[in-house]
Design a protein around this ligand. Structure first.
Ligand code: ZN
Length: 306
């Protein structure tokens, strides 16, 4: 049974569907459509339509389907929680899709999908424990062990975006922001793209987005260089907490801010200050599959254990 594996990455603005060949992971099909702006039923119908169209193109039916979402299924209630695509919250998305599509559907957090994708055939290939973080509009992370999601008792394993952010020396006298989640000064408030831009402003920089700050730093702008240095210090401190707790074999970064090449040189040398080990060899790598990691990881949710 070497049938293709279907994955869907359900994002706030786009939905992507892909079919992977189970033996070598090559794309057999991929398509992106805008996320419907109506209600939950419209979302379900759009997902079912995407699956039906893909299966017609592939000449197959009833293919295994995994879906990556910005949130997770609560193990206790069985409904979606924590999704910033809020119409999903409180809904039994896996059961509703299973009923519509006449097959079991596996649903996982999008950062967990990134970790699985990179563990199976990406930047963490061959590693037993992969910590994958998405640094984008928000900050999320997930853990893959032996190429499988490690969900945790509450479905939140790896939810490092809402750990307390490390303070750096430059924060003295500068007010720290509060996270939308209500927990205070979370990693997301400084490590997301909007968080990076807001930090640049707080420290006297111009109103620029993350990409423009990096461009300014590369051009030698001192305020932007300071912001990039603070970002790297914070990321190093936040990832050091992960190393002390989980000691992953590889850390993979995805999301828009993982395109900042400088981070991969700046962050690891800062770890010895924080990590409780005489030797720290943890590789920090950009996601090999880039934007495709979410949809690939969703499809790999049905990969058989080797
Ligand atoms: Zn938070």
């Amino acid at each position: 049974m070497n049938q293709p594996l279907l994955g869907i990455d359900l994002g706030g603005t786009k939905i992507e569907i892909a079919a992977l060949a189970p033996d070598d992971g090559r794309f057999l099909l991929r398509e992106r459509v805008p996320t419907p702006i109506g209600g939950y039923d419209e979302m379900l119908a759009a997902l079912a339509h995407l699956v039906a169209t893909a299966e017609t193109a592939l000449g197959a039916q009833g293919l295994p389907l995994g879906v990556g979402i910005p949130g997770c299924l609560s193990p206790s209630s069985g409904v979606v929680k924590g999704a910033n695509t809020t119409l999903l919250n409180g809904r039994p998305l896996d059961r509703d899709l299973a009923r519509l599509l006449h097959r079991p559907v596996r649903i996982e957090n999008d950062a967990n999908c990134l970790a699985v994708s990179e563990a199976v055939d990406g930047a963490g290939r061959g590693a037993r424990v992969v910590f994958g973080a998405i640094l984008g509009t928000g900050v999320g992370a997930g853990i893959a062990i032996d190429g499988q999601v490690w969900p945790g008792a509450h479905g939140i394993a790896g939810e490092w975006g809402h750990n307390p952010a490390p303070r750096v020396a430059a924060d003295r006298g500068v007010p720290t922001p509060h996270c939308w989640c209500g927990r205070g000064f979370c990693n997301e408030t400084v490590l997301s793209g909007p968080g990076f831009a807001a930090d640049h402003l707080r420290h006297g920089g111009a109103g620029l987005d993350a990409r423009s700050i990096v461009a300014a730093a590369r051009a030698g702008d001192e305020a932007a260089l300071g912001s990039l240095t603070r970002y790297a210090e914070r990321l190093a401190g936040a990832l050091a907490q992960v190393i002390n707790l989980l000691d992953p074999d590889v850390i993979v970064l995805g999301g828009g801010l993982s395109n900042i090449d400088e981070l991969f040189a700046l962050v690891p040398p800062k770890w010895p200050r924080h990590v409780f080990s005489d030797v720290i060899g943890t590789p920090l790598r950009p996601a090999l599959h880039g934007d495709s990691s979410g949809v690939r990881g969703a499809a790999w949710l049905w990969r058989s254990r080797s």
